[in-house]
Design a protein around this ligand. Structure first.
Ligand SMILES: CC(C)(COP(=O)(O)OP(=O)(O)OC[C@H]1O[C@@H](n2cnc3c(N)ncnc32)[C@H](O)[C@@H]1OP(=O)(O)O)[C@@H](O)C(=O)NCCC(=O)NCCS
Length: 299
């Protein structure tokens, strides 16, 4: 049966999610990490499809989705949020062909840098990306823990939290922080996060000055988080963890770049490394001492 490659439609998104979750859990279980993902609503995929349909592709065999890809673009950065092939079909060229379609998206959008986050223990994905010029740059760890082992905030270390509104001035402040930390504005992605009722976005203030922002979700996940200067990362991450606990989350988690102060703080708070990941890109970008991604797809 020939494989058909075509742009994704809205009614493909739930089945794409099921494929992605099945492919992730197959990989993480094969490597002894247990299952990682569960099927949820494809909200970010739906937002991305409406925002830029050129970034979503599927591979289909006899009406069944056997592979899918999702990429987004902000400024000159193209980011591959998802590339997954069903376990029984891997190693037969489907990933390569989906990647070629999403590279067309990068070309059409005028992106000059390509990046993504993948599993450090997946030699196939890393081989594929290196072959296409996206080189490993940065270790990123998914940490998790519980509220029970969280230490109380240190005296004077906690930043003041002020709710972010989807107003022009707040979006401009967010764009400036992202431009300085990542080199691109993520304004459209902040609009998405601020429209999600399970997320809380706050500006982090010290003596009245805005030193960064953080998002904390109702399930205790911290990120994205950005600070204007690396020296604020410790206080920002501690504040975000304590905000998650104050909001009632029993479990805590975050994706932490290995080069930032945050992994050491996570360990101090009894959190543990669950999954090792790696950011790859065609060229260096971002100051990873100042930014914590939300997850491998949103970045
Ligand atoms: C990663 C994934 C999308 C690739 O899709 P695929 O259809 O299996 O990949 P292809 O068959 O098109 O290509 C695999 C490439 O990896 C290469 N490869 C395989 N094992 C390798 C190894 N040990 N070292 C280096 N390269 C390797 C193959 O040679 C091939 O490259 P080539 O075509 O240039 O020879 C798919 O395997 C998958 O879904 N894996 C599980 C989930 C995952 O990790 N997704 C990536 C998340 S970002």
């Amino acid at each position: 049966m020939p494989i058909v490659f075509r742009p994704a439609h809205a009614d493909d998104l739930q089945r794409m999610q099921e494929l992605v979750v099945g492919s992730i859990n197959d990989l993480t279980e094969r490597h002894g990490f247990g299952s990682m993902a569960s099927v949820g609503r494809p909200d970010f995929q739906s937002f991305s499809l409406k925002d830029d349909p050129d970034g979503l592709w599927i591979a289909e065999a006899d009406g069944e989705i056997v592979g899918s890809a999702l990429s987004w673009v902000c400024g000159d950065l193209w980011f591959l949020a998802e590339l997954f092939v069903s376990p029984g079909r891997q190693g037969s060229g489907i990933g390569n062909r989906l990647l070629a379609h999403t590279f067309d998206h990068a070309r059409k959008a005028g992106a000059t840098n390509k990046s993504l986050i993948t599993f450090t223990f997946n030699v196939v994905s890393q081989g594929l990306y290196i072959r296409h010029g996206m080189l490993p740059r940065l270790p990123i760890y998914l940490f998790s823990g519980t509220r029970a082992t969280l230490k109380p905030p240190r005296q004077g270390d906690e930043l003041h939290c002020v709710a972010i509104e989807p107003s022009a001035s707040h979006l401009d402040t967010l764009a400036q922080l992202d431009l300085s930390a990542l080199g691109v504005s993520r304004e459209k992605h902040h609009r998405y996060l601020l429209g999600d009722a399970t997320m809380k976005g706050v500006f982090l203030k010290q003596h009245g000055d805005c030193v960064g922002y953080a998002y904390v979700s109702a399930n205790g996940h911290v990120g994205p988080l950005a600070v204007a200067e690396a020296r604020h990362m410790g206080a920002a991450f501690r504040t975000a963890l304590s905000q998650a606990a104050t909001d009632g989350a029993e479990n805590l988690s975050a994706f932490l770049p290995g080069t930032s102060e945050a992994p050491g703080i996570a360990l101090e708070h009894g959190m543990r490394i669950r999954f090792p990941m790696v950011l790859v890109s065609t060229r260096e970008f971002g100051d990873w001492t100042r930014y914590l991604p939300r997850n491998p797809g949103f970045m």
